[in-house]
Design a protein around this ligand. Structure first.
Ligand code: NI
Length: 215
């Protein structure tokens, strides 16, 4: 199987898996992250094939999306072994997707350039206009309000606190989204992040202006 065919097979697998997701992690999120990741990989002279494979499967074993992570992981491992037929590449891809999660700011930075790139691409899709839309979509899925002025903004959360309900979508911007710009690993991603970050700040300003409207 050539590389293009492998990518097509992975696409098919991931499309089916993310079908019907309404938490902001649908196939189109995967596709955007893949496009961003390939773009960065080309500019950074990274291994584009590994980056593309990892970007495509980066949310397959995420605890936000699946309850049974262990069997999800075994399934993915088997598919990668079958398609790639190269244990080094399989391990590279698995290493990347297990080391890119944000997890309340306590997340790690992957050591490989390819991993850094996929992490950047995933985070870029959480900023900007799409990032705003995804924040509210995810908040709705978690039964969070758009904004609740009674909640405090939480710093230095544990993963349990981060996933808990004492937050609103607007708080999520401060607890995660606005921090992403300075966590970018590559220069290419940082430049894209800067513009998207500015959009989010403008959005919050306008949101608060409308929220506090008085005659
Ligand atoms: Ni993702």
């Amino acid at each position: 199987m050539n590389k293009q065919e492998i990518i097509l097979q992975l696409e098919q697998y991931v499309r089916n898996l993310h079908q019907g997701d309404s938490s902001g992690h649908d196939w189109y999120h995967i596709d955007r992250v893949r496009n961003l990741a390939v773009h960065i990989a080309e500019k950074e002279n990274a291994n584009v094939f590994i980056v593309e494979c990892a970007a495509l499967v980066h949310d397959v074993i995420d605890d936000k999306l699946h309850d049974d992570l262990a069997s999800q992981k075994i399934q993915l491992e088997n598919i990668l072994k079958e398609l790639l037929n190269n244990s080094e590449e399989v391990n590279e891809v698995l290493y990347i997707i297990e080391n890119i999660s944000y997890k309340g700011g306590n997340g790690v930075i992957p050591t490989s350039l390819e991993g850094k790139i996929v992490q950047d691409a995933d985070r870029l899709d959480a900023i900007g206009a799409i990032g705003v839309a995804r924040t509210f979509a995810y908040g709705g899925k978690k039964n969070r309000s758009m904004y609740n002025p009674d909640f405090k903004i939480r710093e230095n959360m544990t993963i349990e606190e981060y996933r808990s309900d004492q937050s609103s979508s607007l708080h999520h911007f401060y607890e995660k989204i606005l921090k992403l710009k300075d966590l970018m690993n590559t220069k290419v991603a940082y430049e894209i992040a800067n513009e998207r970050h500015q959009f989010v700040e403008n959005f919050i300003d306008q949101f608060m202006k409308e929220w506090n409207f008085k005659i």
